[in-house]
Design a binder for this molecule. Sequence first.
Ligand SMILES: [Zn+2]
Length: 242
Amino acid sequence: MEKHLSADAILLRAVSYGEGNRIFTCFGREEGKFSAVARGVRKPKSKLKGHLQLGNRCDLQLVRGRGLPTIASAQAKETYPANRENADRYFYMSYFLELLNDFVPEDQPDPTLFDLLDGALKELSATEPALLARFFELRLLTLSGYAPDFGTCALCGAPLRNGFFGPRAAGLTCGRCGGGFEVPPKALFALKYLVSAEIGLVRRLKVDEATLELLAAVTRRLIETSLEKKVKSLDILKQLRP
Ligand SMILES: [Zn+2]
C-alpha cells in the first residue's frame, strides 16, 4: 500500500540511478537519514531538478510503497546561496554534508544534528570556513557521543596547560604521559572555546595560521579515531548476528 509522507530535509548525497533518475541521501529534521528516488530528475524538463541540489533544504513530498520512497515533489526553502558563489565555501559545504553522512546512521531522528548542519551551512558565509569546520567537527563528535576533553590528560587525568597528541591517542595527554605533537596553550584555548561556543560566536575567535593548522590536525585525528571505532562496532555487530 502506498503511503504519502512529507519531510523537511537537507540533501546530503546523490547518485545516478537508471535512466534519468537519482537516489538522494536525505537528512530529515524529524526522520533522520533516509534515501529516496527522484525519477526523471536528470532530464532537462524535470520540475524537481532546480530544487534537488546538494546542500539544499527542501520540503519533500514522498510516496512510500515497496522499496525506496519516491520524491513526488520538492520545494527548496533554503539554498544557502552564498555557499555556491565561492569555491572555498562550496568545498566546505560539501565536506559538512559528507562528514555528517558518515557519522549518522539511517532512520535515527536527530533534530539537534539537523540544526547543527543547517546552522553551519548558514554560518559559512560569515565565519572563516576552516574555523567553522573545526567547530562543526567538534560538535559532531560531542553529539555523537565522542565528546573530546581538552581540560585533562586522557591517560592520567592531570589538568592540561599544554597538551600532546600521539598517533593512537583518543585525546590529549600531558607532558609526562605525552608523545606525539605538542598542542600549545593558545591552541588548547581555541579547542576549548570551539567545543563550548555557540555557533554565532565562532567568528569571534582569532587564531593564526599555524594554530589553525594544528587544530585541523587534532580534529582530523579525533574524527578518524571515532569513525574507525564506529566501523569496528558495526563489524562486531555483524559477526554477532546468526
Ligand atoms: Zn598524563
